[in-house]
Design a protein around this ligand. Sequence first.
Ligand code: NAP
Length: 305
Amino acid sequence: MATILDGKAHADRMLEEVRLRVEARAAAGQRLPGLAVVLVGEDPASQVYVRNKATACARVGVHSFEHRLPADTPQAVLDALIDRLNADPTVDGILVQLPLPGGLDSKRALHRISPAKDVDGFHPMNQGLLLEGLPGLRPCTPTACMSLLAHHGLALKGLRAVVLGRSEIVGKPMALMLLEQHATVTIAHSRTQDLPAVCREADLLVAAVGRPGLVEGSWIRPGAVVLDVGINRVQDLDLGARIFAAEPTKLANLQAKGAVLCGDVRFGEAMRVASAVTPVPGGVGPLTIAGLLTNTLWAAEQAEA
Ligand code: NAP
């Protein structure tokens, strides 16, 4: 049976490190870092994410500034708010919660955030720094995944890594970070031919696709390490019966509650083949906020450097 890579425990370690560094700043008379979160509209999932971010800020001593705007906010109003936050010396990080309501241009909003405060690491300037292997603000999820792998002592040099998914949020930056650590990286996506065979090449498989249970046990190389980034809500009983065949508890939960969260990987099947796997929930999910707070502290430190 594979080892379960406990993302929650690692997120706690990362957050504790941030908390201690923030505490040391306060003891040295430096101001607390500040994170501004902009939420436009009423998307229920986004509201939960924003609440979780505020809770994490409070836990580590980072100031959290919440800006809520109605769904029909014109782009010019959002632009003006971002400009104000860019100029505010108490704000070190700015996060515009995605997705934005239809009618708003998210690229335009993200590109308007000062690269020095772009704690999501989505600005082209920071993407360019990552491409060049230079320090900068890097996307939270892959940054935290790399931290998890480092904590577990996985030697990446020469390792064959397959990243499933090529988004700018997860897949592409993850591939660049693995490449930086000298892994041999393949990026797979919806047009990849013979996905199972490509995945079976991987000593390290990172799934960031958003398709529940896409990765079957037979796609996993025996002994591989599997990071499951996907977060999917499954409500369909037939689908559940297929993808949770090796996870009777999850299937029972689906039958009892009508919905369950799962990753892109069939966890129960992966546990029988891989050497280590992240679960969903409790794997990569909690790491992302820890990555965000780490970035916010870094931005505050850079602002004073
Ligand atoms: P995204 O922007 O929708 O990208 C999905 C990627 O998966 C695309 O590159 C797409 O290929 C590929 N893909 C889709 N269906 C496929 C298939 N059947 N076979 C092979 N590749 C396929 O998604 P994302 O933002 O990267 O997020 C991916 C998942 O991670 C989602 O479940 C999301 O909720 C989750 N996520 C979790 C965290 C966390 O904190 N743990 C953070 C971010 C995202 P094409 O490019 O060819 O379309």
